[in-house]
Ligand binder design. Structure first.
Ligand SMILES: Cc1cc2nc3c(=O)[nH]c(=O)nc-3n(C[C@H](O)[C@H](O)[C@H](O)COP(=O)(O)O)c2cc1C
Length: 200
């Protein structure tokens, strides 16, 4: 199923076509594709080139770890994400390695790397659905995540599946139109709250 963004201004097809499905096919993700997804993440920009990210990957054929990741998800997410062939937990290092000072952009950087991975996935016909709905403490325990590292988001990755096979309440959401705030609400210039002329 395709859900291209109804854009106000033209953007690249990869941006337009990325979306967050809940229906995934059983098709496994080849190792070479996974390599490229994380290579894309690797080349994301980050504050001070700190690269404060780690990704814990569990493929469905690795049943033990797949269950560990699934077990960290809230029930709503586990209900659809269990069908995905790959689950990932994105983790941020909260302090700079060189001096232990807090890195206030660590989560921002993990988000950038995750989106770069998502765009690479889109270019290869895969989709990534990120999730805040998981328990970081369960993930920390399950994977022995060290102190100073914080699980930020989980992700389901895979090839698109059949939306009609999804049970409710997922199916209705899957088929709902995509929406965003209008661009004039968040692109400002001059003073807070003043819409930039070029987007009016
Ligand atoms: C950090 C983050 C957390 C999210 N958490 C969840 C989640 O727990 N469960 C879920 O079904 N979708 C989750 N989503 C998906 C968003 O709902 C989705 O990105 C948003 O509705 C926009 O839809 P689109 O990605 O298809 O454009 C999350 C997305 C992000 C970026």
């Amino acid at each position: 199923m395709e859900k291209p963004a109804p854009v106000e201004f033209p953007v690249h097809d990869l941006i337009k076509n990325r979306w967050s499905p809940r229906a995934f096919s059983d098709k496994p993700v080849p190792k070479e594709v996974l390599q490229s997804l994380f290579e894309a993440a690797r080349w994301a920009p980050s504050s001070n080139n700190e690269q404060p990210w780690a990704f814990i990957v569990a493929t469905k054929d690795d049943q033990e770890n797949f269950e560990k990741s699934l077990g960290a998800l809230i029930e709503f997410n586990a209900g659809w994400a269990r069908k995905a062939p790959v689950l990932v937990i994105a983790v941020a290092e909260l302090a700079f390695a060189k001096n232990n000072a807090p890195n206030r952009n660590a989560q921002y950087d993990v988000g950038a790397a995750s989106l770069q991975l998502s765009i690479e996935a889109t270019s290869r016909g895969l989709f990534v659905h990120q999730m805040a709905g998981f328990d970081p403490e369960t993930a920390k325990e399950a994977y022995n995540i060290p102190q100073g590292w914080e699980p930020i988001a989980a992700m389901a990755i895979g090839y698109p599946g059949d939306a009609s096979s999804l049970p409710e309440p997922y199916q209705t959401r899957e088929k709902a139109p995509r929406s965003r705030k209008p661009i004039r609400e968040f692109v400002m210039s001059g003073e807070w709250g003043h819409t930039a002329e070029f987007v009016k």
